[in-house]
Design a protein around this ligand. Structure first.
Ligand SMILES: *[C@@H]1O[C@H](CO)[C@@H](O)[C@H](O)[C@H]1NC(C)=O
Length: 601
């Protein structure tokens, strides 16, 4: 996502409670069936459906031809999920994970009921005041974003009620002057598509077509490049439009949703639209200042994707990379360009962006940082971001799909880097963005070359603060900065101290768990969940917090973005579920945690 994300129920009667909990969760699990719908055509809008408002508008720059969806047999990808899950074989561990799953579901349900009562149909519930917020068109971002979580958590009456409400959303009217095409795509279009893939309810596909037709209008430009921040009112009046400057993630994170919509409707226009962006990316990938990666800012008007010197893996770039292997999975490998682009990107990122930090106990972990192209070469900026925590999961998934076994080691260390970072902060919750002291010998250096060195850490703290590490009295000055800025050991600055209910860390723990079956990962997830819930829980729901570095309880903000219900709680729920629930061999998640069916044959 762009910045551009306990209760003791039965304390009185523990034995009866455990038995009851066991029965309830067991029975509940027995009925959680997710229908397999690949190839099923039921519920499609029939051909005599009225074209939507957005599809009826005159087109200024029709594409010269529409590329059809690729056909042919899909690639037989290797199995993604682990063959065995030790947790599932141990009755105690199974009971524990069921109990935890029920607690995650209760946290979700509480927030959902508050949203339903106080903010029904609004984009967000304000979780402290009980007010509403409408940053995403006022069409009910939380409602649509959470549909598939309701289904997955087997909250069927709530799901049915939400679908009936979502079916009435009017996507031709909004108070917003300008629409964020990226956010509208991943939350609304992604939300409708996956709720449809799971439930087969045709009303959801019709809404997906409405949103898809609206967003498709943002591609009606002379070179068919999309507009990222889009004046939809001017477009609705029939004005001509051109694409402008955009963030990489904004234009490169439309591919999965548009392609899935084409696959489900049989209309290739959406696939054709995003494939033009992919063509431009592929053509320019080797000619950037850091070949393999694309700069943060791209120019839609000229379709230039290779000018710029900042190369990040987190904010503003993130899902552009995430969608490369996921497009391969979604299309059954029928478009080899996505795998090629991914392999070049990951090789460059491992070489230039991913670093090993110095930590007090010499942890063998990795952090996904930024790279800057300078005259003298590529320079690492040892920044960590919560947003970049998806890299470990993405690399583990792609390592399995593409047989890149050598990527499993960095994938694991990246996931462990995020787990470690959560634990390094006083409340067990990671800050949005920070820098660390990198191991001077590089990311692949052996343990002997990356020993904790307090003096080296303090020098880095001083350098970050713009001070001379060799000046007299610098040691005392470093101590003063560390104290004032509340820097845990190893950290050299914290540029954003908030935690805003983001999912990327649990997302990667979940994926690595499904890929490896490692028993310690649900335990790490549980620590993370309890730490997050402890600081974010409000009377109504959960709230972002301003500063996770304060010794006292962090102050809460009146904000709960829709990804808390769409992503964070979904991944927590799934890691404590039967590993066959939304198997990674059947589904691939969009960047908003919406699972789309993969082609199986
Ligand atoms: C949707 O909103 C537009 C603009 O306000 C209005 O003209 C149209 O009738 C509405 N459609 C429905 C189905 O309510």
């Amino acid at each position: 996502m762009l910045s551009v994300r306990r209760r003791g129920f039965f304390a009185l009667f523990p034995a009866a409670a455990i038995l009851l909990l066991f029965l309830v969760t067991y029975l509940r699990e027995g009925v959680v069936t997710v229908p397999k719908l690949s190839g099923r055509l039921g519920g499609l809008p029939s051909g005599d459906e009225e074209p939507t408002f957005w599809a009826r508008l005159p087109v200024h720059y029709p594409p010269s031809h529409i590329r059809p969806l690729p056909t042919g047999k899909p690639v037989r990808y290797p199995r993604v999920q682990a063959a065995t899950f030790p947790v599932e074989k141990d009755p105690d561990a199974r009971a524990r994970r069921r109990e935890r799953r029920a607690i995650v579901r209760d946290v979700f349900h509480k927030a959902w009921l508050s949203y339903r009562e106080l903010a029904w149909g609004a984009d967000e519930l304000a979780p402290l005041s009980g007010g509403t917020k409408n940053p995403f068109g006022g069409w009910g971002a939380t409602l649509v974003d959470a549909l598939d979580t309701l289904w997955i958590m087997n909250l069927r009456p709530e799901f049915d009620e939400a679908v009936a409400r979502a079916a009435t959303i009017n996507f031709t009217s909004t108070d917003l002057p300008e629409l964020n095409v990226f956010e509208t795509n991943i939350r609304y279009l992604g939300g409708f598509l996956s709720a449809y893939d799971l439930s087969g309810d045709g009303r959801l596909l019709r809404k997906a077509v409405e949103v898809g037709d609206m967003l498709y209008k943002a591609f009606d430009t002379p070179n068919r490049m999309p507009i990222a921040r889009w004046d939809l009112h001017a477009a609705a009046r029939g004005a001509e439009q051109v694409a402008g400057k955009a963030l990489l993630a904004e234009v490169a994170t439309l591919s999965m949703e548009f392609t899935r919509l084409s696959m489900l409707t049989g209309d290739p226009k959406w696939f054709d639209a995003v494939q033009r962006v992919a063509d431009a990316m592929a053509a320019q990938q080797d000619s950037t200042a850091l070949p393999g990666l694309w700069p943060l800012e791209v120019d839609g008007k000229t379709a230039v994707f290779n000018s710029g010197s900042v190369f990040a893996l987190g904010a503003m770039a993130d899902s552009a990379y995430e969608y490369l292997p996921k497009m391969a999975a979604l299309t059954g490998g029928r478009l080899p360009v996505y795998r090629r682009m991914y392999e070049k990107a990951v090789d460059a990122a491992v070489k230039h962006n991913i670093f090993r930090p110095l930590t007090p106990a010499d942890e063998d972990i990795l952090i996904a940082g930024n790279a800057h192209a300078k005259e003298h070469g590529i320079e690492l900026e040892p920044q960590g971001q919560h947003l970049a925590c998806f890299w470990g999961g993405m690399m583990a998934l792609a390592a399995r799909l593409f047989g890149r076994d050598e990527d499993m080691e960095p994938a694991r260390k990246l996931v462990e880097g995020c787990i470690w970072t959560y634990r390094a902060f006083p409340h067990g919750v990671m800050a949005e963005a920070f820098t660390m002291a990198p191991c001077p010998a590089g990311a692949v250096a052996g343990d002997d070359e990356c020993r904790w060195d307090e003096a080296a850490w303090k020098r880095e703290v001083l350098r970050r603060a713009g001070k001379d590490p060799d000046a007299a009295g610098s040691d005392a000055e470093a101590d003063a900065i560390i104290k004032k800025d509340r820097l845990p050991e190893g950290f050299t600055s914290i540029s954003d101290r908030a935690y805003v209910l983001r999912p990327e860390a649990i997302e990667s723990i979940f994926v690595l768990y499904r890929v490896t079956g490692r028993e310690d990962l649900p335990e790490a997830a549980w620590d993370m969940f309890t730490a997050i819930d402890r600081v974010t829980s409000t009377e109504l729901a959960n709230a972002a917090v301003r500063d996770v570095t304060t010794p006292e309880t962090p102050e809460q903000k009146d904000s709960m973005e829709s990804f808390w219900l769409a992503e964070t709680l979904k991944y927590f729920y799934l890691i404590f579920s039967d590993p066959e629930l939304i198997s990674l061999d059947e589904y691939v998640f969009n960047t908003e945690a919406h699972p789309f069916l993969r082609p199986l044959k």
